[in-house]
Design a protein around this ligand. Structure first.
Ligand code: SAH
Length: 345
């Protein structure tokens, strides 16, 4: 049995303590920490300024559970999808999305998902486990490398919109963001990071209490409880009035505008009543709305609403001074678009 510990589960102080306990200098901990995080070393052998003996001690006590890019696919629109193999053989997916001068990484936070949205392919996998902070961080590092390789510049943005519900893996997601934003990690600005949630009120309040500096997006899809519960059954336990209260709390503490993600479907939320309910919901806290194109996931129960309905949404929202963007799908040909991540290939 492998009793070795995942070295990246240790804080910098714990690593420094390990060296002191083993008769070395605490400073050695800083060096190794730098190899593990900002230099993303895959093996102890890579740590060239560490002596052979010390590397052997590390080898005897720890493992580096690095992710591996198992397969990589490129879409005709330039989107890149990675199937990532984790240390225990499970697979998650992450995506690189180029737009103009930017490249955005879309990363996963869980293997499968804790929630049960009827229109999402990931929900069908069920949740198998949470990802560790280093597994999330590694996805970003891998995509950053691909961004440099294919687009000649570093990754500019990160969205937690891959597989899983980030707020159901709260601690690990926050730890990964700490590493991504730290100068000892990738040194990215938190303003370039967006965490997307289906709307877990208690955890949204916790984010506010923790004074996070990244952006928050909420997958709303309906501002009417009965409709939302039908397509996102967990809404029964987290109704819209709780979500509203949590978002008000978030805004009071952070002054950071919310993004609502919203797909318009035939026969579900394509009525005037649905539009007006969204307008009312948008008045609670400063926000913008991203209307997302629907990506069909096989069985065809859900169909994107007619263009006229989408235009009605846009004009009524704009009439009410609400910012609205239409988001086209990316990477559909390789099942890399929103809601399509389901480890198909
Ligand atoms: N669980 C989080 C993170 C996943 S983000 C959340 O729900 O926000 C994935 C985004 O894609 C969410 O806004 C989700 O509602 C949306 N989505 C899911 N399935 C989709 C589909 N088939 N077509 C378009 N968008 C979809």
């Amino acid at each position: 049995m492998n009793q070795k510990k995942d070295i990246r589960a240790l804080t910098k102080d714990q690593l420094r303590d390990f060296f002191v306990e083993n008769g070395d200098k605490a400073f050695r901990g800083n060096q190794v920490y730098e190899w593990l995080w900002s230099k993303s070393a895959y093996t102890f052998e890579d740590m060239t300024n560490i002596s052979k003996e010390t590397r052997q001690i590390l080898q005897d006590n720890f493992v580096i559970n690095h992710i591996e890019v198992d397969t990589m696919q490129r879409s005709s629109d330039g989107t890149v999808k990675n199937a990532i193999r984790l240390y225990d053989g499970l697979i998650v997916e992450s995506v690189l999305i180029p737009t103009g001068t930017r490249t955005t990484a879309c990363v996963s936070s869980q293997v499968g998902c804790s929630l049960d949205c009827l229109f999402c392919a990931t929900a069908r996998l069920k949740k198998m486990r949470n990802l560790n902070p280093d597994e999330i961080y590694d996805q970003v590092v891998a995509i950053n490398k691909e961004s440099l390789l294919y687009y000649n510049h570093k990754l500019s943005n990160i969205v937690f919109m891959g597989m899983g519900e980030p707020l159901m893996n709260y601690n690990n997601v926050l730890k990964s963001i700490e590493k991504i934003t730290s100068p000892e990690g990738l040194g990215m600005s938190p303003k370039r990071i967006t965490v997307s949630t289906s709307g877990v009120p208690k955890m949204i309040k916790k984010l506010a209490d923790d004074e996070v500096k990244f952006n928050l997006a909420v997958s709303l899809h309906s501002a009417i409880d009965e409709v939302r519960t039908k397509i996102m059954p967990f809404n029964e336990n987290f109704p819209l009035k709780d979500l509203k209260e949590a978002l008000e709390y978030w805004y009071a503490k952070t002054s950071s505008r919310i993004t609502y993600e919203y797909v318009v479907w035939n026969g579900i939320n394509d009525t005037r009543e649905a539009i007006m309910a969204l307008v009312t919901f948008c008045k609670y806290v400063p926000c913008k709305v991203n209307l997302i194109e629907y990506n069909p996931i096989d069985d065809g129960d859900f169909k994107q609403a007619k263009p006229q309905v989408i235009s009605d949404y846009i004009s009524i929202l704009e009439m009410n001074d609400i910012i609205v963007n239409v988001r086209r799908s990316r990477g559909k040909d390789i099942d890399a678009a929103c809601g399509q991540l389901a480890n198909k290939s």
